[in-house]
Each structure stands twice: as C-alpha cells, then as structure tokens.
Design a protein around this ligand. Structure first.
Ligand SMILES: *Cc1c(COP(=O)(O)O)cnc(C)c1O
Length: 232
C-alpha cells in the first residue's frame, strides 16, 4: 500500500504552484497527521468538527494551518478562534457576525495574531441538503459592501461542493458555474483570490475548472467510517 507521503506527493505533482492542497484529516488519528506533516511537509489540514480540530491543534506541535471546512454552528465559533486559520463555510450573515465578533475579541486577547481567512460557501449541487448561499445571494452580499473592512476577518473567496454523482459533465458544469461567479466577483477586490473546490472524487475536474484550493481526505488517509462524516 502507498504511504501517506506517496499519496500526498503524487497529488501535489499534478498541481500548479498556485493551487493549495488541504489534507482533510477528519476522523483520522493524530499519528497520521504527524506522518503527513513530517514525511510530506504537509501544512494545511482540514477538519469539519470543532472539538476534533481543537483537540488536534492543541495536541500537535508545529506550524499546522487549520482549516474548518464543514458547516459551522455559531455556538462553536469561539472555541475555534485560538486555532483556526481558515473557515470555508460562511453561509449566513449571523455566522459571519459571530466569526467577526469572536475573531476580533480573540485578537484583542492575544489568542490569535492573524485575522480569520474566510470563504463564502455557495450552493452549487442539485441536492437540497447541502448548505450554502445562492449565486444571487452571494453576489448581492458582496456588492452591498458589507464584506469589506471586517473586524478580525477577511473574505478571501468562495467554496463549493459539487453534487455527489459519477456524472463528470455535471460536476464540471457546477464547478464552472462557481468559477464564473468567482471571476465576476474578484475584479477590484485584491484579497478575493481563493476558490476552494474539489475533493477526493472530483479534484481533477476542479483543477480543470480553475480551483485554487482542493480539500482531499480519503485519497490521502483512506476511507472513513460513515458515522463521522456529518458536519460539526
Ligand atoms: C470530508 C470533506 C472533504 C474531503 O472529502 P474526501 O472525499 O474524503 O476527499 C472535503 N470537503 C468537505 C467540506 C468535507 O467535509
């Protein structure tokens, strides 16, 4: 069987330098994260459950860059603040306000040095259950100016998850739509430079459609047991 190092290196070999690989380590033991960190110089890690992210961040030494990738509940935001670098799933004004408030507070208390790097989650899949803003909501929100000059956080771009299907044409269309939205929104917004799309099953399609950040779990760390795939 291939090692974690080999799997990471072979994915990275296909990525242009401007695309960041996030190793999605949810449900996986700390030893596997350490292996990725030490053997493959992996720095970006994604978790979707807040207590698990906090536990790993507190237990692991080094310059890990933590990404909260899944749907996030407001009452968990404060716990994340000492550790999280990126939040991928801002999908409501109330969540944004809470991140802003808690991040600013954590910076005053010296619990964090850098603002939170945030992405707006856009709904692109045909499934109802997935979270996210519509294209229109997203565009209106940005055009309102409400996302500029935030306290303790910076909106860096968009995130989306394609429909869970084998139909590559459909996945490609969904990613292309998200890239088009991103291309409409980015001009004139210098900090808006990140598009997070692509997972184990579809990152090559996302790459073709112009992703800048892929979130890959099972292709690096192996399959997960189903009970723990729910968002926090
Ligand atoms: C679990 C998860 C991933 C990674 O999924 P894999 O299919 O294992 O690569 C990516 N993004 C989000 C939001 C996730 O919850």
């Amino acid at each position: 069987m291939e090692s974690i190092r080999q799997r990471i290196l072979s994915i990275r070999a296909e990525l242009p330098p401007e695309v960041t690989l996030i190793a999605v380590s949810k449900t996986k033991p700390e030893a596997m994260l350490e292996e990725a960190y030490h053997d493959a110089d992996q720095r970006h890690f994604g978790e979707n459950r807040v207590p698990e992210l906090v536990r790993k961040a507190e237990g692991l030494a080094g310059d890990f860059v933590w990404h909260a990738i899944g749907h996030l509940q407001r009452n968990k935001v404060k716990l994340l603040m000492p550790h999280v670098a990126w939040i991928h799933a801002i999908d409501s004004e109330r969540l944004l306000d809470e991140v802003q408030r808690r991040a600013a507070e954590a910076m005053v208390e010296n619990l964090r040095q850098e603002p939170v790097q945030a992405l707006l989650q856009v709904h692109i899949a045909e499934e109802e259950a997935k979270f996210g803003l519509s294209h229109d909501e997203c565009e209106r929100w940005l055009d309102s100016g409400a996302l500029e000059a935030l306290d303790g956080m910076v909106v860096r771009g968009l995130m989306g998850m394609a429909t869970f299907t084998d139909n590559e044409r459909q996945i490609g269309q969904e990613f292309r739509g998200l890239r088009a939205l991103y291309d409409r929104l980015a001009p004139g917004r210098p900090q808006f430079d990140t598009l997070s799309m692509g997972m184990s099953g579809d990152w090559r399609i996302a790459l073709e459609e112009g992703t800048t950040m892929i979130r890959v779990g099972s292709s690096i760390f192996g399959a997960r047991t189903p009970h723990n795939t729910e968002p926090s």
